[in-house]
Design a protein around this ligand. Structure first.
Ligand SMILES: [Zn+2]
Length: 362
């Protein structure tokens, strides 16, 4: 897997952000607290790391980029710089919250002078994961900023932060790049022949697309999609496909499924050339769209989106896959397979026999 250090930062679409930080720094108006927002997969963390390196480096170049060779840069690269702290949810912990203890430790650090005489850089990531007490504690730090400390909150969902915190930070929004720029960058960084599909699946976010390529997600998606079309045609048992779907990462699978159903609805709406997420699957999607009842499709999409928004336990995930696929079989083919009863193996039928049995199967 590609190391983040191999990617040259600032990324082409970070230039505006980089310049605004450099200008603020040059004029002595660098904010005490920066709230870095923007969609998933646009490289917010890479940008924040580059800003941190730049602030801590003792010999940054004319653009403000860290030299990579001084003692400060060496300490940072080794992960041992005493004036650089990243506060994140405890990996060993049961919850994904950033708790008050972590913020209190950070506040104590904030009141100390920098060990190495330069800036102190504190990164909170993801900032929206602070619980209420942690946010209250952070507010005190923000109200009494300590000179030389640069606090950076990385956040995908700024709406989840208290307004009191947001109002005390300067927001730096990292945009998604224009499609052509994203594609050009992606093609330079992946050997995948299907960069355009990767980019659409990542909703236009180049680093998201790169992660999909590196994790072999296109092959996984092809398998899951074969289950989706197989269930629609009646050739695959929804319960068997559910077991296979349950092997995928739930958030990704639900994202794919919502994309397939959204594309079916776009095709069913009658637009001549709808913009599809799954343009590469248009040949399979068109006939499915032709037989889809749009109202049933919209209801189904709502269910998928609701499922995507809620956390599922491992047991519930399998049940969810089964339920979604049994419903999909009904919507797509007008067939009525009964959900599997406890201890009873569902006998799935071929397309022909299912048609013959359709009237008696309800
Ligand atoms: Zn340096």
């Amino acid at each position: 897997m590609r190391r983040q250090a191999d990617i040259e930062v600032p990324l082409p679409w970070h230039e505006g952000c980089w310049e605004s930080i450099s200008r603020a720094r040059a004029s002595g108006r660098l904010p005490h607290a920066l709230l870095v927002t923007g969609p998933v997969g646009v490289g917010k963390r890479l940008l924040v790391a580059a800003i941190a390196r730049s602030l801590l480096c003792s010999r940054p170049d004319a653009r403000g980029l860290a030299c990579g060779r001084c003692r400060e840069c060496e300490l940072l690269a080794a992960g041992t710089h005493p004036d650089y702290v990243v506060v994140s949810p405890d990996r060993e912990g049961k919850s994904d919250e950033i708790k008050v203890d972590a913020i209190r430790r950070l506040s104590e650090m904030d009141t100390l002078t920098a060990h190495r005489g330069g800036h102190k850089v504190i990164v909170l990531d993801p900032a929206q994961n602070m619980n209420q007490s942690a946010a209250n504690s952070l507010l005190k730090t923000l109200e009494e900023p300590c000179p030389g400390t640069f606090l950076c909150l990385v956040c995908e969902q700024p709406d989840r932060l208290p307004a009191t915190i947001r109002s005390r930070c300067q927001e730096l929004r990292v945009p998604a790049p224009p499609e052509a720029q994203a594609l050009e960058w992606l093609q330079r960084h992946t050997s995948s022949v299907d960069a355009a599909t990767l980019l659409r699946l990542a909703h236009g976010a180049p680093l998201g697309a790169l992660a999909l390529a590196e994790k072999g997600r296109l092959a996984e998606r092809a398998q899951a999609f074969a289950g989706f079309t197989g269930v629609a045609s009646g050739n695959r048992d929804p319960i068997e496909v559910a077991a296979a779907w349950n092997e995928h990462e739930p958030a990704i699978l639900l994202d794919w499924l919502s994309g397939w159903v959204s594309d079916l609805l776009r095709l069913a709406s009658g637009h001549q050339a709808p913009l599809l997420i799954n343009q590469d699957k248009i040949g399979d999607l068109r006939p499915l769209a032709a037989s889809l009842d749009p109202r049933a499709g919209h209801r189904y999409l709502q269910q998928i989106l609701q499922a995507r928004a809620s956390e599922q336990s491992p047991v519930n995930r399998l049940l969810l896959c089964e339920s979604l696929l049994v419903q999909w079989a009904r919507i797509a083919g007008g067939r009525n397979p009964e959900p599997r009863k406890k201890g009873v193996r569902l006998e799935w039928t071929t397309a022909d026999s299912a048609d013959n049995n359709a009237s008696s199967a309800s």
